[in-house]
Design a protein around this ligand. Structure first.
Ligand SMILES: Cc1cc2nc3c(=O)[nH]c(=O)nc-3n(C[C@H](O)[C@H](O)[C@H](O)COP(=O)(O)OP(=O)(O)OC[C@H]3O[C@@H](n4cnc5c(N)ncnc54)[C@H](O)[C@@H]3O)c2cc1C
Length: 392
């Protein structure tokens, strides 16, 4: 396929997803937020149509779509319904992608086909109450015992943990500290010793809650180990973290979708709303806001496109992915805020979706690595060395 054909194919894909998302998800987008309800029907529809398996290889029943297609998909779904976008991001760039990259053939055959059909839903448990940004301080342990590992510890903020059938958790294999010895294993819901907390009220993304996970002498079979923590080196930890590279690009693409939706509303509202006898879009103060928003959206789109296409060994380069997430996380906050401002008090009411978009936009700069930690990552990649954040 030449470049022109490729562009045309991408645009057709975008148009298909946009039509689908608008028809299927627009009507209840506010409902999931208002009622803090998980959009289970939307997930079921996505599964029926094969979208949960968008990037999973064809041999496991998926569509094997590219990171570029996944970005467009996530942008267009989040543009219409943020909570449904969260479900898609979890399916496209969550644990199933880590399984695809790091799993054994048996593990892939065991879990991936059921991710495509929606029978399996995986949550991810990395953060802990005492280890958020400092992931390598995590204290959950996996101790070898015959044909299993005994897991003890607590995880925090597991997105979709209530609905998940399985969770991929990071744990410490053996008595190590820091990044050494960190690996990951998959725990099935219902395993004795594994309990799930209740989602608390939160600001945005209210249809998909974050929950705590509790492990007390939880016996996990050895075949559920995705990456065995290597006590002698940081290799296993680095391997795990790198498998989440596409997640950053997907996160940025969702920001783009939310920002685009807010921007479109601001353009049409400012064209219709009159003050001082003329549409407010005729005031230069409004035009410059729109121009700044358009510029930032354009920049984010180019960064995401670049990160999704300039691949190294099939994956986004770490610098490109970190820059794209960092920029998009802050861009979506600025754009949704300005869009609300352009709507005046109407934007501040729940009659309009702007206040919801502002709330939804806020979480991006925290989840999947805060913007501060991303700045550390970008700086380390620029200097070609990591800077120890610890005192002393
Ligand atoms: C919507 C959402 C969904 C999430 N889903 C999941 C999930 O599914 N699974 C999961 O495991 N986790 C999830 N998280 C948790 C997320 O990964 C953590 O919130 C994040 O890593 C930050 O950890 P913390 O909240 O404990 O903040 P802390 O690490 O305590 O940080 C507090 C503040 O200090 C800053 N800070 C910390 N260290 C440094 C430093 N060295 N330099 C500069 N600033 C620093 C941080 O950037 C932040 O602003 C989710 C979070 C959100 C908001």
């Amino acid at each position: 396929m030449d470049r022109k054909e490729h562009e045309a194919e991408l645009e057709e894909f975008r148009a298909t997803i946009r039509r689908f998302a608008t028809d299927a998800f627009a009507q209840k987008a506010a409902y999931w937020d208002e009622h803090e309800e998980f959009p289970a029907a939307n997930r079921a529809l996505l599964a029926r149509l094969g979208y949960l398996g968008l990037v999973i290889p064809e041999e496991y029943g998926g569509s094997g779509a590219s990171i570029e297609h996944a970005s467009i998909f996530l942008e267009e779904i989040a543009r219409v319904c943020f909570n449904t976008g969260l479900i898609c991001q979890l399916a496209v760039n969550g644990p199933s992608r880590a399984i695809e990259i790091l799993g054994t053939p048996e593990q892939k055959a065991r879990w991936l086909p059921k991710c495509v059909t929606g029978e399996h839903m995986f949550g991810i448990g990395i953060s802990e109450p005492g280890a958020g940004s400092a992931v390598t301080d995590l204290s959950t342990t996996a101790t070898e015992d015959g044909d299993a590992y005994i897991v003890n510890g607590q995880k925090a903020f597991c997105t979709g943990g209530t609905q998940a059938t399985h969770v991929l958790i990071f744990a410490r294999f053996g008595k190590t500290i820091g990044a050494k010895g960190i690996g990951a294993l998959i725990v099935e819901k219902g395993t004795p010793g594994f309990d799930i907390g209740h989602p608390g009220p939160k600001m945005g993304g209210r249809g998909v809650g974050e929950v705590e996970l509790f492990f007390e002498n939880c016996r996990v079979p050895k075949e559920n180990v995705l990456v065995h923590g290597d006590a002698a080196s940081t290799k296993s930890f680095r391997l795990l973290m790198s498998s989440f590279g596409p997640e950053r690009v997907g996160n940025a693409a969702m920001c783009l979708g939310v920002a685009q939706a807010a921007f479109d509303l601001a353009v049409s509202y400012s064209s219709e709303r009159t003050q001082f006898g003329r549409p407010i879009c005729e005031f230069q103060g409004i035009q410059w806001k729109i121009a700044d928003m358009a510029t930032q959206i354009h920049a984010a789109r180019l960064m995401i496109r670049h990160a999704a296409t300039s691949l190294e060994d099939g994956f986004p380069k770490p610098l490109d992915a970190a820059c794209a997430k960092l920029y998009a996380n802050e861009m979506v906050q600025r754009v949704t805020n300005e869009a609300l401002q352009i709507h005046g008090h109407y934007g501040y009411t729940r009659e309009f979706p702007l206040e919801r978009m502002v709330r939804d936009a806020r979480g991006f700069a925290l989840g999947g690595g805060t913007v501060e930690i991303l700045r550390n990552t970008v700086a380390a990649l620029v200097y070609g060395r990591s800077f120890d954040q610890r005192r002393g």
